[in-house]
Design a protein around this ligand. Structure first.
Ligand code: GAR
Length: 180
């Protein structure tokens, strides 16, 4: 079973759902995230673990890990989840947490990777799936799909094409990791 962590729009979650993968739980740090409505529409259980409801990040992450385990989650997919996971969470799912990132790693980590990539004059981005460790986008890369930067690209136009690549790559990699 797959648990998906989301913070925003949820188009990558949608790609997993549309692919028929066994998503049993969707958790978010953001109440009202559009991604939660996508999960509800697919009749997948959802829960919100907002930082302000807990003493600290570790307490929040342990509550989230408990909830995911109650839903028999074996693989955790961060799909636009914009908080760092604590070591306490990662220990609960050793080598079973992956993330989708819109740019090559380790070159362009962080929340503004496409802005940084365009500012650096790079000619190519890449949808990137990697294991999550304690750093910011520092875990081992599992698979990538290159996305060329085109003349006149803005962050928005590039992001749109990276999204298309992500929606192909993520379900394929997750399917392989689940042995399906
Ligand atoms: C995706 O493009 C993903 O690569 C990015 O957030 C977007 C979420 O879109 N993640 C990061 O930048 C993580 N560093 P979605 O909510 O529509 O799936």
């Amino acid at each position: 079973m797959i648990g998906v962590l989301v913070s925003g729009e949820g188009t990558n979650l949608q790609a997993l759902l549309d692919d028929g993968l066994p998503v049993s739980a969707v958790a978010s740090n953001v109440a009202g995230a559009r991604a939660l409505r996508r999960a509800e529409a697919a009749h997948v259980p959802t829960a919100v673990f907002a930082l302000e409801d807990y003493d600290d990040r570790e307490a929040r992450d342990l509550a989230m890990a408990d909830w995911l385990e109650e839903h028999r989650v074996e693989l955790v997919v961060c799909a636009g989840y914009m908080h760092l996971l604590t070591p306490a969470f990662l220990r609960r799912f050793p080598d079973r947490v992956v993330n989708i990132h819109p740019a090559p790693l380790p070159e362009f980590p962080g929340a503004h990777a496409l802005e940084d990539l365009l500012a650096a004059g790079a000619t190519e981005s890449a949808a990137t799936v990697h294991y999550v460790d304690e750093g910011v986008d520092t875990g081992v890369v599992i698979a990538t799909e290159p996305v060329p930067v085109l003349p006149g690209d803005t962050v928005e136009t590039l992001r749109e094409r990276v999204h298309e690549a992500e929606h192909r790559l993520l379900p394929r990699v997750v399917r392989e990791l689940c042995g399906r």
